[in-house]
Design a protein around this ligand. Sequence first.
Ligand code: FES
Length: 101
Amino acid sequence: MSDPFRPYERLVEIRILGRKFLVPEKNSLLRCFQFISPETVPYGRFCWNQECQYCRVECQFPDSATPATLLSCKFLVCEGLRVTALSDELRRCLKDKLARK
Ligand code: FES
């Protein structure tokens, strides 16, 4: 099976609804969600191609106070990103990871 992740040297820290996660740099945010939850995200209703909109998130960047809405399949992750709202499909896929202590 081929590795779905683009090559990376390190993990970066992000927050999703307040929870900390380490994810591979140089990858799309949706791919990072897959890294966090490989047992659900690949089976979600995602086109991975900027068409379905099911990967929509609201984020806050470390250097900005203004939230931004973006497609996680298109956006490359960055250190310190805070995901403040998830689409219903992403919320369903990440439910267990976000609930776990
Ligand atoms: S996964 Fe379909 S628009 Fe991002």
